[in-house]
Design a binder for this molecule. Structure first.
Ligand code: PEP
Ligand code: MG
Length: 573
């Protein structure tokens, strides 16, 4: 038995065999010269890989037709047509003869050319084909390179995933009911793998550091997402502990069910609105189940990360489903926040030296206005079905906000001219997640209808620390006085301007942080649905006066360790 420690990223425990997930596609594609007499043999390798890919896709199409319906099956039908395209085959043959390079590099070059052509199109439908090309080529290359194409979508048994890192796009499509836990070398509490694990209620331990090479496929594992521990080859005592933790969790859930319909407030009645963060529309059922006060953050980019770029109709249907399910409660849809660790080469995003400081979020949307306007139209059309707010991510200057609002106006006009009903006026707010925005929140408050503080990124950018890098995770701490001061500045600016301010970073899900924030003047918190009862029950047990006195003490402190020690003493942790 061996116990490994990491970051407690998503609560819950489980016992299941290990499944090693290694996605090799991003490893470099080998490139080497071939002799002209080898061209035919290289082409034959390509033809064999295509034949295997064809069989696989046909099987996926049949499964989709049986389990999901004709629409899903049509995706694979389109893939089959691409695989069979004689023009592509001819291009491969010509490319081999002209370059005298191995077939993998020829196929890769053809893919890049196709992606460039498709993504530079102004037509959203054509742009959407990029992800299909990527998917098909990835499959063929996988066979050429003799690598098993691993997909978390095809799992047919219960497992705990063991990985170095997992892209959000791989997590979106995974078979959630089969995945009992997630253990990763990289990642922190606010990395997107952690956020998705909590959303999908999968216990997760991240940031373990190098360990995957020492775990055998199928090895028995116990994961403990509350303590941040992973036990390899557990003994009887470890298994007993795991069963006890499961029982305790069931008891807690019963207790939480008792406060489900009580409005969230402090003990002395100061109302605090507890909203939910969601990543994919299916999560809305859990939000309704927890009786959340609305959706404070819909991370719309996850609709784009599942392998297919959704067009206006598909987006509209997704937003409408969420809005209607919330039955009049407010829903804040954040516009596309890609870049950083949420990479989407299909949309034309490029490799960057510093992706976290690069072409992300609103910066990307302001230069890809067709994609942005398409999304805004879809959100505006969904706004006719409930109480919808639009939120722009990663605003760093007033100019960006003004430009974004200008494009929103164009989209409103386009909707009206096409005869669609939209909510008027629609509230458009911004995320405060860059220090420049927090410092200038008084300026921004004149042009934004609301603020939502994203402490995951605000901490990352204030402390100059990559939120997904386990080696520097100690710096990613929202209790640092620098971050707390920026939060306070933002709350005060919003209050003086008379606009709503909320907080939707992971900090909101920590009951102690939530009480502190209430003491600082915050009345709206947004978190993963699963965290709502824990925060609600804690707030119900403490008064506003207590919260304010904690905030007063904490704002005078000089370090985050001083804050955590103070909280630990105060609540006898
Ligand atoms: C944040 O940065 O705090 C936030 C809520 O956005 P995301 O985690 O999606 O970057
Ligand atoms: Mg963010």
């Amino acid at each position: 038995m061996r116990e490994l420690r990491g970051i407690a990223a998503s609560p819950g425990t489980a016992f299941a065999p290990a499944y090693l997930f290694v996605d090799d596609y991003n490893a470099s594609i080998p490139s080497y010269s071939i002799a002209s007499q080898d061209v035919e043999a290289e082409y034959a390798r390509f033809a064999a890989a295509v034949a295997t890919a064809k069989e696989e896709v046909a099987a996926l199409r049949d499964r989709a037709l049986a389990e999901a319906g004709a629409d899903q099956a049509a995706i694979f039908e389109a893939h089959l047509m691409m695989i069979d395209d004689p023009e592509v085959a001819q291009n491969v043959r010509d490319g081999l003869g002209a370059s005298l390079l191995n077939v993998e590099s020829v196929v890769f070059a053809i893919e890049q050319k196709m992606i460039d052509q498709l993504s530079s199109s102004q037509d959203a439908y054509i742009q959407e084909r990029v992800s299909d090309v990527h998917d098909v080529v990835r499959r063929i290359l996988g066979h050429l390179l003799g690598r098993e194409r691993l997909s978390l979508a095809d799992l047919d048994r219960d497992v705990i995933i063991v990985a170095k890192d997992i892209l959000p796009s791989d997590m979106v499509g995974m078979a959630r009911d089969r995945i009992k836990g997630l253990a990763m070398e990289a990642g922190g509490r606010t990395s997107h793998a952690a956020i998705l694990a909590r959303a999908f209620r999968i216990p997760a331990v991240l940031g373990i550091g190098p360990f995957t090479a020492d775990v055998k496929p199928g090895a028995p594992l116990v994961i403990d997402g509350d303590r941040g521990a992973l036990v390899v080859d557990p003994d009887e005592t470890a298994l007993k502990k795991e069963r006890a933790a499961q029982n305790l969790q069931m008891l807690k859930e019963k207790e939480y069910a008792g406060i489900r319909d009580i409005p969230a407030a402090t003990k002395d009645g100061a109302r605090v609105f507890l909203k939910a963060n969601i990543e994919v529309p299916e999560e809305v059922d859990a939000v309704v189940e927890q009786a959340a006060d609305g959706i404070g953050l819909f991370r719309s980019e996850f609709l784009f990360l599942g392998g297919h770029i959704p067009g206006e109709e598909a987006q509209f249907n997704a937003y409408r489903k969420v809005v209607e399910s919330m039955a009049g409660k407010p829903v804040t849809i954040r516009t596309l926040d890609i870049g950083g660790d949420k990479v989407l080469p299909e949309l034309g995003a490029q490799d960057e030296k510093n992706p976290l400081l690069g072409w992300r979020a609103i910066r990307f949307c302001l230069s890809k206005t067709e994609i942005f306007r398409t999304q805004l139209r879809a959100i505006l059309r969904a706004s006719a079905f409930g109480d919808v707010n639009i939120m722009f991510p990663m605003i760093s200057t007033l100019e960006e906000l003004i430009k974004a609002r200008g494009i929103l106006e164009e989209a409103q006009w386009e909707c009206r001219s096409r005869g669609y009903q939209v909510r008027v006026p629609i509230r458009a707010g911004i995320m405060i997640e860059v220090p420049s925005a927090a410092l200038c929140s008084d300026i921004l408050s004149k042009s934004a209808d609301f603020f939502s503080i994203g402490t995951n990124d605000l901490t990352q950018y204030t402390m100059a620390v990559d939120r997904g890098n386990e080696k520097v995770a100690y710096l990613h701490d929202p209790f640092n006085p620098a971050v707390l001061r920026l939060i306070k500045t933002t709350i005060d600016a919003a209050r003086s301007a008379g606009i709503e301010v909320s907080l939707c970073g992971e900090m909101a899900a920590d009951p102690y942080a939530a009480l502190l924030l209430v003491g600082m003047g915050m009345r709206v918190l947004s978190m993963s649905a699963v965290s709502i009862p824990k925060v609600k029950s804690f707030l119900l047990a403490h008064t506003l006066e207590e919260a304010e006195s904690i905030a007063e003490s904490v704002m005078g402190m000089t370090s985050s360790s001083q804050v955590t020690t103070f909280i630990a003493n105060r609540f006898s942790l």
